[in-house]
Unconditional design. Structure first.
Length: 408
């Protein structure tokens, strides 16, 4: 199964929920599943299966999760598929769920059980026909490329005041701010949060410079553990975190200094920990999703490295994913951001020009992240990627990230 989470932001760019997108089968091996996916798992809701196996906390912490249901599996027994709190789940329908009595009654029944509902891809000319369905919706997703959002806001406020509106396909910060200021939507979906702010002058603060210096030190070939420990000592937060981590593994040993702590961890693990911790600190003044994207891409890339014949370069694959948002973190161009850090030529080529040995892996991760299942399916056939391998690699990245955050 293919699985990914897409964030929903509020007007302050804070995460409010996640949409869980899944695809049970490969599009190209099973053409009937292309398009709406209405025949995919007719008796079960794939998203419910994922939530049940992983748990809401691992997937989304305390945020609600939007799960797509079709005109067929909306009639399945959802309660035996997933025991997550109903009020944390938003069942997301599309126009294949018609404004007909059997669907309307089923939606009422599920809402009576505590589930919430949302609707995507409803065309403007169908608003009136779907009046009875819209009366039952808690959320409606609208595309600014297809609807005048300011007019839509007035329309829904007047006729369906219970509905929370979400703008989708928001691609730039300017577009986000325009919709927020003019239409005042409550939720926003799109890649706008990943676009670096490059207007005006942006200077790297001394604190961020320290983190960059640390990243550069551990990315030197055969870096000196003592020098890395000395740089860590300049930052109280990193010092505390390093000592906490070492104390967890050094049950019967006394840690006498930061250099001692660094030596106990070893070069490979210290490099991995420092890169993760430094990126985390660099992201503190950015939307929380930036750090999550960086971490998930890094771990996902590392997990898939062997699948892309890059098994001996899994550490570089980790760096590739982690640094893929460095331009956003440092508020500059990717070229300028990479000029500040030590990375291999192959990683640089992939991030800057979409070239080199890491390009196929990086491109694949970006497509997967957006739930571009048709392209992902095509690449799976070309590269002979097993569905279970892909699923396990992504789920492992989610679990790793969750454990990382719990350890903070």
């Amino acid at each position: 199964m293919l699985v990914t989470l897409i964030p929903l932001f509020d007007e302050n760019m804070a995460i409010r929920a996640y949409s869980l997108f899944t695809q049970k089968e490969n599009y190209f091996l099973n053409p009937l599943f292309a398009g709406t996916g209405a025949l995919d798992g007719a008796g079960r809701v794939d998203g419910m299966e994922v939530i049940q196996s992983m748990g809401m906390e691992t997937l989304s912490a305390d945020r609600d999760v939007f799960v797509t249901v079709s005109s067929m599996n909306i009639f399945s027994d959802l309660t035996i598929q997933c025991d997550a709190p109903h009020e944390r789940l938003v069942l997301l329908i599309e126009p294949d769920v018609k404004p007909e009595p059997m669907f309307i009654e089923r939606i009422k029944e599920l809402k009576g059980m505590g589930y919430k509902f949302g609707m995507r891809k409803l065309a403007v000319h169908d608003f009136q026909a779907y009046t009875e369905v819209l009366k039952l919706m808690d959320y409606v997703f609208l595309n600014p490329k297809k609807v005048d959002l300011a007019i839509a806001k007035k329309y829904f406020s007047a006729l369906f005041p219970q509905i929370t509106l979400c703008a989708v396909n928001v691609q730039t910060v300017d577009e986000f701010e325009e919709i927020r200021d003019k239409a005042g939507f409550a939720l926003y979906e799109g890649n706008f949060y990943q676009v670096p702010i490059t207007k005006g002058e942006h200077h790297v603060t001394p604190l961020k410079a320290n983190y960059i210096s640390l990243i550069n030190k551990v990315n030197e070939e055969n870096f000196d553990l003592s020098e890395a420990a000395d740089i860590i000592g300049n930052d109280p937060a990193l010092t505390i975190e390093l000592l906490r981590m070492v104390n967890n593994i050094a049950v019967n040993s006394e840690v006498t200094s930061l250099r001692h702590a660094a030596a106990m961890i070893g070069q490979k693990e210290l490099k991995r920990w420092i890169t993760t911790a430094a990126i985390s600190e660099l992201c503190t003044d950015k939307p929380s999703e930036i750090m999550r994207v960086s971490m998930l891409r890094g771990k996902f890339a590392e997990n898939l490295a062997a699948t892309f014949k890059l098994g001996e370069h899994s550490s570089e694959a980790f760096i590739l994913g982690m640094f893929s948002v460095l331009d956003v973190v440092l508020e500059t161009t990717m070229e300028d951001a990479l000029s500040k850090v030590n990375v291999s030529n192959d990683v640089r080529a992939a991030l800057l020009n979409g070239e080199g040995s890491f390009e196929p892996l990086y491109s694949f991760i970006l497509q997967y992240e957006k739930a571009s299942w048709q392209e992902v399916s095509r690449q799976m056939i070309l590269l002979d990627i097993d569905m279970n391998t892909l699923y396990n690699a992504y789920i492992d990245a989610l679990v790793w990230y969750r454990k990382l955050m719990l350890g903070k």
